[in-house]
Design a protein. Sequence first.
Lengths: 425, 1002
Amino acid sequence: MHKIIAVGGTGQDVLQMYLLAYLAGAVETPFDALVIDADRLHPGIAKLQAFLDDVVTDQARRGTVGVALPKIDYRQARPEGNSVAEVLLGRRPENGERTAAHAFFDTANLIQTVDRGLFARPALSSILGPEVLDAEELLPDEEGRVFIVGSVLGGTGGGLLARIVDATHDISRRQGRDAKIRAVIFGEYFEPSSDLIDRTRMRSNQYMVLRSLAEGARHVHSFAIIDAADGRRVERDSAVRTRIQIPDAEDHPLWRGVNALHWFRGDEVKDVQQEFTRREREVTPVLRLDDVRNRLARVAASCDTLVRKNIPELVAGEPWAESVWGRELTAFTRHALRVARSSGARDGSVAGARQITARVKDLWLGKPGTEGVMALLPARHHSVSPAYFRSVRWPNADAISGTLDDGVLRVAANYLFHCMRGTIV
Amino acid sequence: MSLRYERLVDERISDQELLPESVPHILHQDLSYVWFLSMRRELRPRGWLARCEAWKDLLTLFLLGGLDLEPIDTADLPIQELLVGAGFSEVFWLKTRADRTGVEIPRYVGVTSTTVLVRPLPDFNTDLADFLRERIARDRRPDELRHFARLATAKLREVASDGAMQLARVLESEFDLGQNTPDASRQRAGQNVQLPLLKRIAWSGQSEFDPLTVFVRGDREAAWAPQCTTCNAFLTREENAFPIDVGVKAESVDVQCRRCGAANTIDLEKLLIWQRTGTEVVLWDTADALQGRRPPKPVISGIDVVYRWAPAEVRGDTNHVELRLRFAGREIKAVHVDECFFKSLVVIGPRDRFEGLPVRPQWLDAVREPESVVRSGIQHSERTTEYRIWLKGHPAEIRKSFGAGAIEEFPAAAVGVFPNPDRVGSGWKLYRAFTASAPQLTLQAANGWRPLLPGLVESRSGCPRAVSVTAVASENTGALLLCPGAPSAAMAHARIAIDFGTSNTLVYAEDTDGNRRQEVAINPGEARSVTRWYGAIPGSGDPAGWLIPTRSTEAWDRYVIPSALWRSGDVAVIRWSDHQPEASFQAITGFKWDRRDRTGEFSRERREYMREVLALTLPVLASSVGPIKDLELGVTFPLAFDHEQKGRFRALLEDVRNDTDALFGIRLGDPYSISESAACIAAFGVHREGETFLIADMGGGTLDLALVTMVDDGAGRPRPEVQQIGSLRIGGEEFIRALAKAGNAAMRHTAEWRIRDQIASGNADTMYGTDQRVTRMLNRFTTIAFEYLRTMILAHREAAREPGAIKLLLVGNGWHLVDAFSTDRRAKGPRRVWRDHFEHLLQQLGLPDVELYQDGLSAVPSKHLAALGAMNNMLAGHLREIEGDSQPVRLPAGRSLRFASTLVPWSRLVGTAERLHEVEASDFRAGALSVTAEGPAVSLTWSHHLARSFAVAAIGNIPTLPEPKLRQRLVEGLRDAGQELAIGPLQILVEDSWIPTLEDVK
């Protein structure tokens, strides 16, 4: 699977959308995503991460009934300590004291607290020890295709982009692989705000980080720079996004970033250009915003119908199930009931189906205090006909063999997952 | 195809504020510098223009050797792990050097850089930029800068990495080097600095670095190498060639030219070598360029000193680059010239007149002609004091400048050397140096001085060349004060006479006034003018004078020397004031006698005291008569000295003779000696035959009495014939003790000293004079003495066939307590007060034909008579009475005695000179005596006066000793063999009964 490394807040924003595009079937092939950020994992990504983990029935292959699933890992890149000086010196320097740290950082940076991130100062990433990047997590697949998404504006993206490129290349080389690293780099795309970053620092970071990439990050195979189209910067706030917001416009920088990522994934491998500036690629949009939005609306509607109509229960109790729901869904449901029974579900098809339905509801609607997957998707739903469920390419549930831990949950998750993906497997 | 990257990175950024911390690496500062320095100036961000200029200034200082490198200590710090992880080797702080004045301390201005060699500190501000610019303006050498910049560029091009080439281009552009290669003919001394140069940046993991050697200017020019005076070839040798031997104490070494064979002589000075002694060789280390004639820094290898030149410094000769000198049997020490100097200068007195040197005392011998430095090598400006000094073995003048921050001024302080060597001649051995009004200063035990106190050092082997004074707070802050030399050998012959008193001592000397000789008292205050002073000379009354007297002009008698010492261990100095030299010092007085009633033996104190008196007065005398070679000494001693005491006094004189020889280099003849009483007689010279004098000399301890009649000596000249003579234990000290007893018993000792000091300083009147009790005590004190004098006079008249008029001569400072304590002293004058008091007493006696004798004594105080007498004895009498038996005593009994049936009348003289023939020997031996109350008749006025003085209704009530006790004392004085009675009953009454009543006065 392609390795996607989402760095910082912008990287997470793009990954969230890309995950949805995947769930909606607009993105067909799964991927191995690694989120690196000083902030916590966006709740939406975390929810999808949990959901996809529930779908897994084949741990060894990280998939379910013949289908590989995206994987999402998260690594927090945050130094331990109160201030930069304390991280570097192990103590708080005296007022006016000249320490070894003063040879490398000015006082304003040394007194910067780091308990909430790197505060738009890329240089502070250098105080993160080598353990911040895990070699195993960075290692790409056999093809060596790695896609990095992040902004050069902030402290995390600006501080770690080049470092991740280097580290990925090094680990790949040590494993005998030739990493082909492509990068989606966000430039000045949002309007600075006082609680986030000021314009001076943003522009300074943009210039200096881009120069840094050119100076040393020669392992970038190709890259695209995303910034405000025609100088129109978008609004952005510092709040961590709970819901995945799909932009309204095709030229929204984040959507262009999603498109660039997807475009790179389909890009043919070319010889790397010697000159760094010639490695920049012009991205042709391959995901249409309307299509993805329609797909997501369909996903929301179908899953909502699955839950509200108690489809698993209906299938289990329908004497003419194959005629009504189609052979694949009926077979899937029957096998699901067996799996559920073997996992301790109550005997009896209807009872077992109720249990499965209840878990599907939990996953979709959520439980008290916990939102379900539904919260990630567009709010307005419409009902879908049973024909839709017949058209879904339900997997051959026979492939789900043996005893699963928490089989009811996994069966329920598979119901939802395949319902989302529809005809895509 | 131009996409976003080029537009974003290449767009004009001169208006942008670009922050180093925007670079995602711990090398963010270094990368920022190299990026912007690589741009054309007009394209650089404005915010970086000042930084780039500062970088240039910093690199200039670095290349010209103006910066020191100090490793950045990251040991045990978390940052070390990060640096190691990033592939760093050592990084250095860059700091400016302290200038030689010490005014400017090193300042940290930057660090070494892996991209641009050096860079300013991250905390960059305009202050740092200004500082660097100022340093450049001061130190820059444009022609040399290009030379070293070209060398660095050439090295960078050798490295040839992208970064190195980029930096080389930056240097060529910034320093306008063009493409020229370094000028090989301009060899300059310097040093190689190893710096890692970034070869490949690793954003994660270890970056790669190329080693780069940068040759920076050293502190000195190209090393000087000796050359043959004939053929100009360098006189260097092959490495490890056999060493050239250098002779002991030689100032040069002979070297044969290996090319032409000519013999050459190299001054060791040119090689910075000074053969200090026959066993010690000093190898100077210096930061001085020596006007381009500095040899390479040598290596000491055992007894060899090895100089090694770079081939470029000897015309590229790679084979002959060494010169090895051998100093067999000597120890070679490398010494930095700065070690010879104090870091900060102590300035005593006004700075514009300060003549001290900044040389540490142990290195005075290294200074060439230090006196000429004092004469013409010191320049004081408003803020600095600069010295121009030559050191032996150092080929160039050393300029040592002290700015305001390196000078500690003590404008009111002084240092004295006593005596001034130019007054006493080369034979004088005992010298002292001391501080005055300078508790923050201390004197160093160096150059031959031995420490006595922090502010007092002493030499007993002549005057050392200098005195080193340092601040108490720091031995690195000090100055060296040169002492004058002794001009010549002593030639003068001198005479002095000493009246060693219980409380005070007087010294008279024979002085010359033109061709006229005269006897003068030596004023110890003149010692100030015989002192070599540095700084603010203490004035009279200045409390600084604890070693050299600075008594007020109000002093009671400016000629007297207190018979008192400050003493601690083996250090003893005259107690001039209550200024205690140090807490361990104890005040001692009353050591003139080893008195029977006091424990302890004082021969040591007497010797020390006499040494101090002579040490003080002889230089004063020498200042008028010239350095003294031979000395005659006349002394007085108490008439009451017994045989044993005389023996001790003789021993004292022998000690004085030895000390005078050993400490002052003066030969002392056999001293002349005369009793104090006789001295007083001798003092007032020749009188008419038939005249009778009663001389009463009251000092601190005794009242010495002599009643003499002038008779024909057989040659037609009058001579004094002693009728009565003796000594009573009454003196000023008895009065002081009685006065002190009135206070707190625990503070009695302190009170005694306070009273003595007030008397000496002339303040006793204001302190005690208004107290009527004191007046009454003094009245009783003098009345008791006069009662005895009255008895003597009446006894004399009873015995004499033709009693004539008696002239009463009151001698000694004991009588002057009257005027010292009088409140009328300042209004009437002390002499008038004195005269009025005793004339009144004399009048009260009611004795006809007794007058207070003052003729011929108006010029000198009566205290001086004994000393004058001693002087006269030395000139004319030539007596050495101390060699003979004790002076026979004869004084009236004062009260009638009865031995069995024999009556001894009150007027009968008793004492060692009188045998009581009328008493049966058996009665005498049995001591069968009793005392009657019968004494001389008393006049009405005296009777009233006596009663008033003793505060009794009638004289019969005057206290007396109980008869048994009086009898016991008399018996103790019986000398069976000679039928002598040592002392009479009246004397016992006076000493044991009446004087003790002083403390009871209400």
